[in-house]
Design a protein around this ligand. Sequence first.
Ligand code: ATP
Ligand code: MG
Length: 229
Amino acid sequence: NAAMHSGEVEIEHLNFGYDPAHPVLQDIHLRIPAGSFFGVVGHTGSGKSTLMSLLLRFYAAQSGQIRIDGHRLSDFSDAYFRSHVGLVPQEPFLLAANARDNIAMGRPLSDADITAAAKAAHVHDFILQLENGYDTSLGEGGARLSTGQKQLIAIARALAGKPRILFLDEATSHIDSETEQIVQLALNELRGKVTIIAIAHRLSTIREADSIIVLNHGKLAEQGTHQEL
Ligand code: ATP
Ligand code: MG
């Protein structure tokens, strides 16, 4: 079984359509250096989430290849792959459980691991302000949290697994500007420690990204820094 080391991602001439007759991604070819902060932008329907789904092995490409640290995606066992990539979905799913269990998600993590992940996600202070701290129930589906706060919990949950690659699909719904800045801060601090692939609906989220790609109708239209684009 293949192992991940630094989290370098190579996408080679990738083509994919949910229906092969209707391509959604066309000839995507790019390299994401290990430990870099990589942003993905583009109009709705341009293929951003589809590209992330392929990187996460939810679907297989019709042609082309994705490699992580030189290994084909199919070379990783399911358990290994799951435990070495972290995903922060657009609409994070929260358990009707306390903050600690929402971060641990059934994994045998120590309190130190959980608080370290919460600190890295900048959600530790928020949790401590709840009436019972890490023992406070977050309610059914995280009912007492805003979308932004749910994303921060989801970032802590993803980081607690010590991933090599962190995928983030930014929430489309409104996030208050304070929480948005916290997400930016957390991502900027993770640079160099984990490869970050972030789909952004707000350019501000990826202002500091090392590289940003623009998808247009399933094709890689542009690549550069925020300043260059
Ligand atoms: P958004 O900004 O709205 O999230 P996106 O860039 O993430 O958009 P995708 O969700 O990747 O876009 O969709 C790309 C294209 O693939 C769209 O035409 C969409 O309708 C189609 N599509 C997405 N998911 C599926 C699916 N599960 N089955 C069939 N077609 C799909
Ligand atoms: Mg999407």
